[in-house]
Write a protein that binds this ligand. Sequence first.
Ligand code: PMP
Length: 391
Amino acid sequence: MGIFDKFSKLAAQLNQVRALFGGFNVVIEKIISPTEAIVNGQKVILAGTNNYLGLTFDKACIEAACAAIRAEGTGTTGSRMANGTYHSHVALEQELSEFFGRRATIVFTTGYAANLGVLSTLVGRDDLVLLDADCHASIYDGTRLGGVPVYRFRHNDVEDLEKKLRRLREKNPSANILIVVEGLYSMLGDRAPLADIAHLKEKYGAYLLVDEAHSLGVLGEKGRGLAEEAGVEDKVDFIVGTFSKSLASIGGYCTSNYEELELLRYASRPYVFTASLSPANIAAARAALRIIRERPELKERLWQNAYQLYGRLKELGFELGPEPSPIVAVRFRQPEKALKTWYGLLERGVYVNMVLPPATPGGEALLRASVSAAHTPAQIAAISEAFAALA
Ligand code: PMP
């Protein structure tokens, strides 16, 4: 047995896709704007990014990143615990604390590292984690790294959550139970029923962590996410998120009213044993956070685009995620059909994400389209028409 033999099933699947379409590893040859790129020599509309507010090319973000590189260099070359904590990391942590109205914030090198760092450390072997089955891989991986007992409830199913919470509480009257959900789910674009979940958290004396990766800048009057929109921020103990979506940069954070969160800096391996965020990433995220505060019209434009695309694809008869949102998931029961549609869209100049099992909920195939505040109405119409041609 060779060391790569374990991948033979994966290799066979890849070969099948290559035989059909000559491969699906898309390389962006040139990026033109938040919504346009050159792929296979052809101009395409980017309709699968997480660039919700379209800020990757924002002048203020670019200027801030360039100024930071000139002032502080291209990288920190060290962990936050060694030589990698700069004034700008601390400033961003303070700005996030102010933005969320919380006492403590820790910035991590990615959103993945934030979930890994928080979940592997905050919960110990005597604690329990109860998570939504559709939670992101980084949440699962964090609990694995910590070796903590994990229980799952059916996606967005409040009754199932209560059943499991009740059982866990009866068996473990004094254990710490951490419920983990996402604000807006990354694959189907649906919201967690957060008011109900927050109510159950109180009822059973648990803690609540919400990953707002896809909802920062997208939900809530001030853009603080689903906890703000649902009016339950005071019941959410920990918010985790990323800079790689609305904030148009790279990085992650956890914010909380528990000042003891600070202790994680000394205990969390994904915080201690990796290099800190580069000055440019920090500066771009800080500039984007200011824009979320100052330009609420971006969120409005994002939602106009979301309603327009969701409405049109629904009209065309596509099976979509349960509610309109900037993530418009087009569901296929047969992966081959998803592949064909994905390829057909690319030929028509529209680049969406193809997501195949096991990365998809329920084992189905998805084309994950997403909109940005930077899409023009004409681009949204062009995306819709490309889908219409393949309906
Ligand atoms: N949480 C969720 C819900 C996500 O969707 C993602 C990224 N897709 C992450 C965390 C990880 O974020 P990052 O890209 O910053 O590592």
